[in-house]
Design a protein around this ligand. Structure first.
Ligand SMILES: NC(=O)C1=CN([C@@H]2O[C@H](COP(=O)(O)OP(=O)(O)OC[C@H]3O[C@@H](n4cnc5c(N)ncnc54)[C@H](OP(=O)(O)O)[C@@H]3O)[C@@H](O)[C@H]2O)C=CC1
Ligand SMILES: O=C(O)[C@@H]1CCC=N1
Length: 271
């Protein structure tokens, strides 16, 4: 399976995280090629991982067995049109799209009836702790198992029953690292206000988040029970949690997640 050459079209944040995860798990660098219009990002990838790079998308798709579409959703139509016009034989290859809001139906309008897997990874793929939702269309068992293997090198994978579930997983895992970073940023700001310097504050917040996430993933206890272990009756944590409750944290989280889903649906209707 690792004999397949995988081309990334778009070498931005998400592609870099997936490539980093693949290399960390032993995918051969010589079987990965990244294409981008920005040479700076390609140079950084080449220096770090020694993969092949090019500013020519067509060179990348021509060399590839598997084409990972990793440009922003707004660029997807242009990129697909370029591929289908300049390398029509690519239609026979396996496509993997990581884009939010571009449906299989839209890909079929752009590329024809290709074999495609929609993947929804997240950036912790870079450190092997990602979550990727996968939805296949017209793919063989081999292609599905290759894709699962590719992403399982970057963390956990999950096959989705319906395409709509891609939007749900965007809200739950795709966008979610940003929610945690935002929360960590807010704690860091207060830590600095309280007199810790920026580096100390960042290190303390990251270590606490890592500790909490590690406990949560290793324990059979619910998140609620783990929270209760920290919350002494009449103590400090109780006051902090009550303050979150008064500010309706849970309904804020719910609104934010549904807003992400609505945006994915909106993109699917317009791009
Ligand atoms: N970031 C995330 O956490 C996640 C992102 N995704 C999906 O991944 C995709 C990429 O997102 P992300 O990595 O964040 O975005 P980035 O902007 O970081 O990466 C996109 C890259 O594509 C390049 N690009 C743009 N147009 C072309 C083109 N015509 N040919 C070749 N390369 C091109 C851009 O180059 P340049 O630098 O010159 O603009 C950029 O490097 C999106 O579709 C998004 O929905 C999915 C899950 C999570
Ligand atoms: O913000 C976005 O649209 C992409 C999809 C999931 C995470 N980042």
């Amino acid at each position: 399976m690792i004999d397949n050459t995988v081309a990334f079209i778009g070498a931005g944040n998400m592609a870099q995280c997936i490539i980093g995860g693949m290399i960390q798990q032993g995918y051969p660098a010589e079987n990965i090629i990244a294409a981008n219009r920005n040479t700076e990002k390609l140079q950084a990838l080449k220096n770090q991982y020694n993969i092949a790079t090019t500013t020519d998308n067509i060179e990348a798709v021509t060399k590839a067995d598997v084409i990972v579409l990793a440009v922003k959703p707004q660029m997807m139509a242009e990129v697909c049109q370029q591929i289908i016009e300049q390398a029509p034989e690519s239609k026979e290859k396996l496509f993997i799209s990581v884009a939010a809001g571009i449906s299989v139906e839209r890909f079929e309008q752009l590329l024809g009836q290709v074999r495609i897997i929609r993947a929804m990874p997240n950036t912790p793929a870079l450190v092997g702790l990602g979550v990727t939702g996968l939805f296949p269309s017209r793919c063989s068992v081999y292609e599905q198992s290759f894709t699962e293997k590719l992403f399982s090198g970057t963390g956990k994978t999950l096959w989705l029953e319906k395409e709509q579930d891609i939007n749900a997983i965007i809200a739950v895992t795709g966008s979610a690292p940003a929610y945690f970073f935002y929360f960590m940023q807010a704690i860091q700001q207060v830590a600095q206000e309280l007199g810790f310097d920026e580096a100390q504050a960042k290190a303390m917040v990251a270590q606490t988040a890592l500790g909490a996430a590690t406990m949560a993933s290793q324990s059979d206890l619910s998140f609620e029970a783990l929270r209760a272990q920290v919350t002494s009756k009449g103590g400090t944590t109780h006051q902090a949690i009550e303050t979150f409750r008064q500010h309706n944290l849970e309904s804020m989280v719910k609104d934010a997640m549904y807003a992400a889903i609505r945006r994915a649906e909106e993109m699917a209707n317009t791009l």
